[in-house]
Write a protein that binds this ligand. Structure first.
Ligand code: UT7
Length: 333
């Protein structure tokens, strides 16, 4: 009888741009203050990718290379690269292709996956299915977003929230039940009016008028999104626990998307988790969209133990949201 294949996370890599944009610097750019930003969002500083002609592939490529080095593999061994992003280098070709070319992943195929802040969860679930099929042995899921490229730094309601970063995981077959065990993913297109970018797509291609009207930036109705996010992320995480007959006591870590500390607190609460079991780095990086969850895994890698049950949870534009249960597959060296 053939053994059941699960998709284990076997390595994590990341890339953080050097430039740190602090709340103090934002105070010089828009009418805001450190106290408001910290208390309403939890963010203290964020990274910004500076430099002419730099895009998400310039962060994604080093993140994947770090992962390969840690795992001791050559990029040519990678079968698939799923690049989760809403700020691709170009509308086409896919940034996954560009990353593959930059790192010498000459034997893979790749594609971009756009599910906004839930991108990484959708990517992990898709990547896991490739592994579970038995057809592919090394699948990279990289979350990389240059949110500064679509942020209006004269709009105080959005510019304090976002940052740039990339982080990646490697998925490989496991025969002992470690890895991605379950996922609950949702989309609801009726969320479109509350969070989107108005122009630059096929509905409204870029023109002088769209640029003048600042339509190439994030448009967000914050309080509306907040309302859906608190409920969406908390409910789905709870549902995932129920479906797997688990309680908060069985969970070692919650790995939440880092959009707002208040949304994270509500999710932990609903799952019956104390805050010391929650990975939280929003204060240092802000909302890096597809990168938040793998960036947490990267930062907490040394604390994770083989067999830990962890729940990844996200809510974002679309609306999209979800929760994924992972049994961690290795102890850090
Ligand atoms: O990751 C993708 C999904 N996105 C999210 O999950 C984001 C969800 N939304 C949020 O996290 C919150 O709605 C925000 C952090 C975006 C905003 O917080 P809020 O508590 O909902 O604030 P608000 O928009 O209701 O604004 C409250 C007040 C307003 O002033 P008035 O009308 O009460 O006088 C705003 O103009 O705060 C004002 N305000 C600011 N003040 C200082 C808004 N932005 C700022 C700012 N600094 N940066």
């Amino acid at each position: 009888m053939s053994q059941k294949i699960t998709a284990a996370i076997t390595a994590v890599g990341a890339y953080l741009p050097e430039y740190i944009l602090t709340n103090a610097e934002l105070e010089t750019m828009v009418e805001t203050n450190d106290e408001w930003i910290k208390s309403r969002t939890g963010v203290e500083e964020r990274r910004i990718l500076k430099g002419e002609g730099k895009g998400v592939s310039d962060m994604g490529a080093p993140a994947v290379l770090e992962l390969c080095k840690k795992r001791g593999i050559d990029p040519s061994e990678i079968d698939v690269i799923i690049c989760c992003t809403v700020t691709a280098d170009m509308l086409f070709p896919a940034s996954a292709n560009i990353i593959a070319n930059k790192i010498g992943a000459v034997n893979c195929f790749g594609f971009d996956l756009g599910a906004a802040c839930s991108g990484f969860l959708f990517g992990v679930t898709t990547g896991a299915a490739f592994i579970e099929s038995g057809r592919y042995k090394k699948v990279v899921v990289v979350g990389t977003d240059k949110m500064s490229a679509i942020t209006d730094y004269s709009d105080r309601t959005t510019c304090v929230l976002f940052g740039d970063a990339a982080a990646a995981i490697l998925l490989e077959p496991n025969f002992e039940g470690y890895g991605v065990l379950d996922s609950l993913l949702k989309t609801d297109g009726s969320g479109e009016p509350y969070l989107h970018m108005k122009a630059g797509g096929s509905r409204k291609p870029a023109s002088v008028e769209t640029v003048m009207a600042k339509e190439h930036y994030i448009y967000q109705e914050g309080p509306q999104v907040f309302k859906f996010a608190v409920k969406g992320m908390a409910d789905i995480s709870y549902e995932l626990l129920q479906r797997n007959k688990l309680t908060g006591d069985d969970i070692a870590w919650l790995v939440p998307h880092q959009a707002n500390k208040r949304i994270i607190d509500a999710t932990a609460n609903r799952m019956g988790l104390s805050i010391d079991k929650v990975m939280l780095n929003i204060q240092r990086y802000g909302n890096t969209t597809s990168a938040t969850i793998p960036l947490c895994l990267w930062e907490w890698e040394n604390k994770l133990k083989k067999g830990d049950n962890i729940v990844l949870a996200a809510f974002g534009g679309g609306f999209t949201w979800g929760a994924t249960l992972v049994k961690w597959a290795y102890d850090s060296k």
